[in-house]
Structure formats: structure tokens, C-alpha cells
Write a protein that binds this ligand. Structure first.
Ligand code: GDP
Length: 200
């Protein structure tokens, strides 16, 4: 798959906006500011494709990017930003429930902060992915901010707190440095191939 060939498709605000052509979907989730846009940009080796540092507080959207005309990278709206209004939170929940109810996910990618214990929102988000039964990986981002001695215990804590099954990878990642990109790309390619095979 050519990761340089990528185009923006749609900012979906409701089910009717989701593309309907059955291509594989790789869904990215994470709390606001965890570096979800930066991780997507790093996967694509682009500076500003998914927007970095976007302020929450406007309408909640799911952004679809088409990768090499073969699969969608789906940028789910971030969560856990304290200053978000109740109505915004409700919009988030309604759109996410609608998205998960459609059973469209071929690989869930959840981004957490490698420095910290997962938040309660992270734990809830991981359980959505795990309960949906889709293949799932966790990206532990901002690894460059960790001391070497912190890496192993922090990754173990993430696995334990999110109650991940043994076969669920936790990928040490730095959007800043590029660490972990090859492993994440290989998970994305495997998921896309599985779906393509199932479709034929
Ligand atoms: P989003 O809200 O989850 O999309 O987060 P952004 O991609 O906008 O990133 C939030 C902030 O974290 C920005 O200032 C990024 O430069 C920074 N950031 C993202 N990834 C990394 C990383 O791997 N290492 C470091 N040091 N900073 C990062």
C-alpha cells in the first residue's frame, strides 16, 4: 500500500455521511491532545494532513481519509476535554454509538499517552473496541518523553489498566520521532488485506 497516496474524503456528522463502498476501515481514537492527529500525520509522513492542535468545542465529526484508494483511515473525534459543553458530549456519544453500531471497523487503533496511566475515558473507549470484537491495537504515544527505565513498566500498566488480551499489541510510538511507525503500518496493512480477502 502506498502511504503517500492519501486524500481527504468527508467530515461525517451522521450515519448518512459514512461512505458506503465497503472498503476496510482503520479507526483511530484517543483523548484530546494525546497526539492522534500527529500519529496519523506520522503514518502518512505528512506535516499537516490531519490537523494538529485543533481546538475542541466545535461540531463533532468523524473524518475519513482514503489511503491508496484501498482503505479508509477514520479519525474519530477526541474525548475527555474538560471544557466541552454537555451538548457537545452528547453529540460525541451519539455519533460514536452510531459509528460503532454499524460494525464497520476492521482495525481499531487507540492512542494513549505513554507517560501516564490510562484515564477512565481511555478505559471506557478500550472496552468499546474490545466489546465490538474488531482487531485492536493500542499506540502508546509520546514515547520520546519517557526515560528508558519507564518504558517497560508504563507499557505494562497500560496493558493491565485497559484489560487488554494478550494478543492485543501495545505499540511504543513517538509521532515526533517516528518510533513505532513500521509496526503500526504493518497492523494497518494486515487488517486491510484481511478485509480485501473477505470481500473477494
Ligand atoms: P490530538 O488532539 O490528539 O489530535 O493531538 P495533536 O496531534 O494535536 O498533538 C497534541 C500535542 O502533542 C501537540 O503539541 C503535538 O506536537 C504533541 N505531540 C504529539 N505527538 C507527540 C510525540 O510523539 N512526542 C511529543 N514530544 N509530542 C507529541
Amino acid at each position: 500500500m502506498n502511504f503517500n497516496n492519501v486524500e481527504f474524503v468527508i467530515s461525517a456528522a451522521a450515519v448518512k455521511d459514512f461512505p458506503g463502498n465497503g472498503l476496510p476501515e482503520i479507526a483511530f481514537a484517543g483523548k484530546s491532545n494525546v497526539g492522534k492527529s500527529s500519529v496519523i500525520n506520522r503514518v502518512l509522513q505528512r506535516k499537516n494532513f490531519a490537523r494538529v492542535g485543533e481546538k475542541p468545542g466545535k461540531t463533532v465529526h468523524i473524518n475519513y481519509f482514503l489511503l491508496d484508494k484501498q482503505c479508509y483511515l477514520v479519525d474519530l473525534p477526541g474525548y475527555g476535554f474538560a471544557k466541552v459543553s454537555q451538548s457537545e458530549k452528547e453529540r460525541w456519544a451519539k455519533l460514536m454509538e452510531a459509528y460503532f453500531a454499524e460494525n464497520r471497523i476492521d482495525l481499531g487503533v487507540m492512542i494513549v499517552d505513554a507517560r501516564h496511566a490510562p484515564t477512565n475515558n481511555d478505559i471506557t473507549m478500550a472496552s468499546w473496541f474490545l466489546n465490538s470484537g474488531c482487531p485492536f491495537v493500542v499506540v502508546a504515544n509520546k514515547l520520546d518523553k519517557l526515560k528508558k527505565s519507564e518504558i517497560v513498566p508504563n507499557l505494562a500498566r497500560i496493558r493491565e489498566d485497559l484489560e487488554l488480551p494478550e494478543d492485543c499489541p501495545v505499540i511504543p510510538f513517538s509521532a515526533e520521532k517516528g518510533t513505532g511507525r513500521a509496526e503500526l503500518i504493518s497492523c494497518i496493512c494486515d487488517a486491510a488485506e484481511r478485509k480485501q480477502k473477505a470481500n473477494t
